[in-house]
Design a protein around this ligand. Sequence first.
Ligand SMILES: [Zn+2]
Length: 356
Amino acid sequence: MVYIPPYIVSKLDTLSVYDVAERLGIEIVSNHTLCFMHDDHHPSMSFKKSDNSWRCYVCGVGGHSIELVKRYNGYTFQEACIWLARNFNIEIPDTKEVRLKKVAARKVSPKVEETPKVVDEEVLEWIIRNAGLSELAKDFLFQERKYSKDVVKAMKIGSISDATKFVAVLTKVFSKERCIKAGVLIEYGSKTLPVFRVPCLLFPYYDMDGNIRNIQSRFLGDLEKKKKGRFNNCKGLTPLMFNMPVLKSSGRYDKIYVAEGVTDCLAYLSEGKNAIALPGAGSFRPEYAQYLKDNTLFIYVDNDDAGKSLLEKMNVALRKVGNSIHNIRKDTEHKDYSEFYLSKLKEHEKDTGKFV
Ligand SMILES: [Zn+2]
């Protein structure tokens, strides 16, 4: 074993992770690249200048320069130090004779492959058919948010309360490999986990013809300090809009409310309105416009720059297909449509003397 003095270790570890990545053949764009440790289709690996670090938020693995070389080249700690020393002209005493394993040159870049992933409809449909509503899910949907039971049923919303049980039941019906390929399970070290952060709600996304295209989950636990978002999609699947079949059944010029996210969509639907949802707040993509060209469109956008820019972006895309969208927000006090919906319900209960 080679001895590497601590002052050299710290010198190596403070080499810029950006420079080290470049030397390894990793291309970074906007501080991101595709993770080389898992089958990544969206750039999950991020680099940070402020503390000279890198991290893959899917693998949960990260570190500084030595760890990057170790992981990328499959080296031991010592080997990674020697590789860094040689590539950045830092002298480590008595290591001239050490021979490093040759690592095949490869290029990593943040470019996402364009080939659309095949949707395993059988696996996705099975999950939706078998995902009932847990007490936690019912509390959220019916007590806290007061969405209509008929709407939740019609939208085939389900839930997962126990990750281990979900994996066990699912892999009794389908092989683990197939579930991973379908994007619903991931391997994390020696464990197999759902791609969804549990406990969660499951929202199935269908295309206009009613074929399942994706499942999105909404985490029901406390978000705490972890910055990870509430929503997950099947790995590799690009979500379209939620409740797209309504576009097929609605006539020309019918009113359609465009919600920012599924929960707001449920609020509109609970009021008896026709609604679809963008897969997240502000997540409009120009290609959605082609599906929205025939309807009279409304949206309740945030009263801030993000809201204004979303409205502008949607109208630019919609104008190209001969349509436009109207902002229906008049108030400033509600965070989103779900909150507005709840406040309307409370007013109504007050009026009818049923408010508790
Ligand atoms: Zn990763």
